[in-house]
Ligand binder design. Structure first.
Ligand code: RNT
Ligand code: ZN
Length: 417
């Protein structure tokens, strides 16, 4: 045991926080690692188009982007080796292993994802899933599940159904519940004349997808709203109000993406509101810079406040945490490591908060003590507890992980050309 940790343990002990207990809790919280950071949301369909579409944009050309499932898995393994704890894989449907064949998204089955599932099993990872409603000719005009063309709409319904089955099959094999997250890009650049009909169709499509009963033990569905996207500046069919209503009515998970709201809105503040009415939430931890730019997650106020709310509300059991960013301007493995470590660090600080004491002061009307302590807590020695966590979880302590990424970059990534 390290003396800096012992000192920190005593400091927290003095304010009624047991660091041993906190470290145990932290070790049990999985983060779902998004596959799409490793290859700039490319996927493996090799349809030739190359356009991501859906208003998603990745900038940067750092060398070493994963080109195959094996490369992507290898990169994820390297990232996971530098992130303390046991985590999960968050896979998009366009990352199937199709054996060089063209497989329609409606025809995807668990067989196309068996390589990923086996990989998860061998590493003790859980598996989360996402239907892919972009990078496809039938999504090219900006509408999918809300499309006015019944054939197009049915195509995307069939895709959604296929994805839920794949997630359930994966969950059955792994013995761990999967979360399947539905995000569609549907919307329009300029003001539509009819805001209602696409929303009616989106609700109907979701109903048709979810009509197939799947045990909650295997798969949980989440729906993700968005404020606007590139090409859907004036109207997004799946707005916050739309999905909040849908999730409440159908008791689905609500996905809150940190980049999908007005920049001055607090996503943290939404958590204890929506959890009054939906069974659980999925957090897409992300960082928007001026817009939904999906920058790498920092250990910043917004991220800390979100996880603080999860812990303060005792919502950990009803919160699924995933990362959602894509930065191609830096080492992609490092991007995962930085983002995941920051989320875990934010969780740690939240778990170390003397929440009971703060509430006591608040309830007693001692707002001076509340403010004073909230500020004092900020300089308590959580860094030593974090280092101890990394040590115990057998990952590099402090900045030592950067050297490992550099080594990996030289040995593996640069060779990819
Ligand atoms: C897009 C959403 C969505 C995507 C992924 C790739 O704005 O955030 O979650 O990032 O599905
Ligand atoms: Zn998202």
């Amino acid at each position: 045991m390290h003396s800096a940790y012992e000192h920190a343990r005593d400091t927290y002990e003095a304010i009624g926080i047991g660091t041993e207990d906190v470290l145990q809790k932290l070790a049990a919280i999985p983060i779902s690692l998004h596959c799409w950071q490793g290859d700039d949301v490319g996927g493996f369909e090799k349809t030739g188009g190359g356009e991501i579409g859906g208003g998603l944009a990745v900038t940067g050309n750092h060398p070493g982007k994963a080109r195959t499932p094996d490369e992507l898995r290898r990169d994820l393994e390297q990232a996971l080796a530098l992130i303390p704890g046991k985590h999960r894989l968050n896979l998009h449907a366009c990352y199937g292993e199709l054996g060089g064949k063209k497989v329609e998204r409606t025809d995807l089955t668990v067989a196309h994802f068996q390589g990923w599932i086996d990989w998860c099993r061998a590493r003790g990872l859980g598996f989360d899933f996402n239907p892919t409603y972009f990078a496809h000719p039938l999504a090219a005009d900006g509408f999918t599940l809300s499309h006015r063309d019944e054939n197009v709409r049915q195509f995307w319904i069939a895709h959604g159904r296929a994805c839920r089955r794949i997630a359930a099959d994966a969950a059955r094999q792994l013995g761990k519940t999967a979360v399947t997250n539905f995000w569609v890009p549907d919307g329009s650049k300029d003001s539509p004349a009819d805001r209602k009909a696409p929303r009616e169709r989106l609700a109907a499509s979701l109903d048709e997808i979810f009509v197939e009963p799947i045990e909650a033990k295997l798969n949980l569905d989440a729906v993700e709203s968005k404020l606007f996207g590139i090409g859907s500046e004036s109207y997004v069919v799946g707005s916050h109000e739309f999905y909040l209503g849908y999730a409440v009515r159908n008791q689905k998970l609500l996905c809150l993406d940190a980049g999908h709201f007005h920049p001055t809105e607090s996503v943290a503040d939404k958590i204890s509101s929506v959890l009054q009415f939906v069974p659980a939430i999925l957090l897409h931890v992300s960082r928007g810079v001026r817009w939904d730019s999906d920058h790498v997650v920092l250990f910043d106020d917004a991220t800390r406040a979100m996880l603080e709310e999860v812990v303060r509300g005792n919502f950990l059991a009803r919160t699924f945490i995933g990362l959602d960013f894509f930065d191609a301007s830096i080492n992609r493995v490092a991007a995962w490591v930085i983002g995941a470590r920051n989320v875990l660090k934010a969780l740690l600080v939240a778990l170390l908060e003397p929440a009971a004491k703060l509430r006591e002061w608040e309830n007693a009307g001692d707002l001076t003590a509340r403010l004073a302590w909230l500020e004092e807590v900020k300089t308590l020695p959580f860094g030593a507890v974090w280092d101890e966590h990394c040590r115990r979880q057998d990952v590099p302590v402090g900045a030592a992980w950067i050297e490992e990424v550099r080594r990996y970059e030289h040995a593996v990534l640069t060779a990819r050309g």
